[in-house]
Design a protein around this ligand. Structure first.
Ligand SMILES: O=C(O)[C@H](O)[C@@H](O)[C@H](O)[C@H](O)COP(=O)(O)O
Length: 233
């Protein structure tokens, strides 16, 4: 597990964009299709905005989401709209490589939509899962104290009462999020400092316990100094 700390959210976003490009390129170079799980949230917007400046096989990769707001397709709250506008459309990623979660107005219930999305997930592990972190330490739409955190069978589930608006969401569960070779937490802002300290045990950075999923090639915490401010030095 690695912790990288940056002076600002912009520096963090630049670093993540460059490392994501390198990750996608390294996988494509060995003839595989890079499999990327994208996140929503504000730091993601800053990351996506920088990807078009990075040379990588973006259109060879396939993209899923860790969670999505169950609002109509194209709604400004949609995480897939954020990524399409940020880089997917601009870089000509083929539609069949973009695995957006079902939207409100589809002819499925939220539970059916979650189960349908689970069928789109690859058998092989993802190559990288990007995750923002909320002030309450939620990732994707897995909120502390909510039952979805404890799901061990279903790969995607419905959320009706997200504390973070909008309330209705679809989210991957830990079994799905952990099915990856690499997990990158991307966290900026002083409002995340408590969550980061809780996740990393508040231990001194060099002693922080291995956080996140087991059996990973790599878990990296990309933090700005504000989000890292409660980690003991
Ligand atoms: O759909 C969502 O809202 C996100 O997936 C969510 O998990 C987000 O990543 C965190 O809430 C951090 O968001 P910020 O980066 O905006 O703080």
């Amino acid at each position: 597990m690695t912790i990288e700390i940056f002076d600002s959210g912009d520096d963090l976003a630049l670093a993540v964009s460059r490392q994501l490009a390198a990750r996608v390129h390294s996988v494509a170079t060995v003839g595989r299709t890079p499999k990327v799980v994208l996140t929503g949230g504000s730091i993601a917007t800053r990351i996506y905005g920088r990807l078009s400046a990075e040379n990588a096989d973006w259109s060879r990769a396939e993209y899923w989401w860790g969670d999505e707001r169950f609002v109509p397709e194209g709604h400004e709250d949609r995480n897939d709209r954020q990524a399409r506008e940020g880089f997917l459309d601009r870089l000509g990623v083929p539609a069949e490589h973009i695995h957006a979660m079902p939207a409100h107005g589809c002819d499925l219930s939220m539970a059916e939509a979650a189960d349908q999305y689970a069928t789109t997930l690859p058998q092989d592990p993802f190559d990288v899962v990007l995750l923002g972190v909320g002030p309450d330490a939620h990732i994707a739409s897995l909120f502390p104290g909510h039952p979805q955190v404890n799901e061990t069978e279903r790969l995607a589930v419905e959320v009706f009462d997200s504390p973070k608006p909008p309330p209705q969401r679809i989210t991957l569960t830990y079994p799905a999020l952990n099915h990856t070779k690499v997990t990158w937490f991307v966290v900026a802002g002083a409002d995340k400092a408590d969550a980061v300290a809780k996740a990393l045990g508040g231990a001194p950075i060099e002693e922080a316990p291995a956080a996140g999923a087991r059996g990973l090639e790599e878990t990296v915490w990309f933090l700005d100094t504000a989000a890292a401010s409660k980690l003991r030095r």
